[in-house]
Design a protein around this ligand. Structure first.
Ligand SMILES: [Zn+2]
Length: 249
């Protein structure tokens, strides 16, 4: 049962017919792991904490740098050099003190990724490097936990939902095979327009709410956002029968 305070706090969300009180209860009973607390992790965590997700596990080993402030909207001048996950948790609790937040103030390796992924109902990839994304993709496939990928550079962004509980669900590596070139290219520092992260992070948060409450979701689809021309493009993707991650099990 929702408390009277919860009914009031989340009233505008409960009014939405696809959510209702049952959906709100489901959100309260959910645990979401957010990997990366930078430009995407900030809006994703803000919306999910505000939406009443019961537990957020937020992972980031980095500290706040002055070059982050142009787009990482949870942070300000006073947060410089502080750990991002730790600082974000303090800010999120100001909005919703009832959300249970577990801070992981280090970068995930394969062992940590497995440890935290298996505790989650859903994982949201908000990391800034493809090596971590491959690692989290693999942990999610192995633990059969759904996973929402997001990325952005310049005026462009992409989003994809992967649900290994469903048959024939393409994983990240089906769509972006792991090659040396892919790993090297991503190491370069690339610029990004701040609000593009809000669009992609907002899309990830919408997908998260839909997935957790069992509202319809799009599978095997890569969504590409072009902020320069305000255009979305959708590409159908397929599970690759030779994928070393999702087809070897
Ligand atoms: Zn795959």
């Amino acid at each position: 049962m929702l408390t009277a305070n919860e009914k009031l706090r989340f009233s505008r969300q409960i009014m939405v017919k696809q959510i209702g009180e049952d959906g709100q209860l489901t959100l309260r009973n959910s645990t979401v792991l957010i990997v990366g607390m930078g430009g995407l992790g900030n809006p994703v965590a803000m919306y999910l904490a505000a939406a009443g997700i019961g537990k957020l596990i937020i992972a980031d080993g980095d500290s706040v740098d002055i070059t982050n402030l142009q787009r990482q909207i949870l942070f300000n001048q006073h947060d410089l050099e502080q750990n991002k996950a730790d600082t974000a948790a303090d800010k999120l609790l100001l909005n919703n003190p009832d959300v249970d937040i577990e801070v992981v103030d280090e970068m995930l390796d394969a062992e940590l990724a497995h440890y935290y992924v298996q505790q989650a109902d859903l994982v949201i990839d908000c990391c800034d490097n493809i090596a971590t994304r491959y690692l989290v993709n693999q942990a999610c496939i192995e633990c059969t936990v759904p996973f929402i990928v997001g990325a952005a550079t310049g005026f462009d962004g992409q989003q994809m939902t992967i649900d290994p509980r469903k048959p024939n669900s393409a994983c990240y590596q089906c769509v972006f095979p792991k090659t040396e070139d892919a790993l090297v290219e991503n190491c370069q520092t690339i610029g990004v327009i701040g609000p593009v992260l809000a669009v992609i992070g907002g899309t990830q948060a919408i997908e998260a709410i839909k997935l957790l409450t069992n509202v319809t979701m799009q599978q095997n689809r890569l969504a590409l956002y072009d902020g320069l021309h305000q255009n979305w493009q959708y590409i159908s993707v397929k599970q690759q029968q030779n994928c070393p991650i999702c087809c070897r099990l």
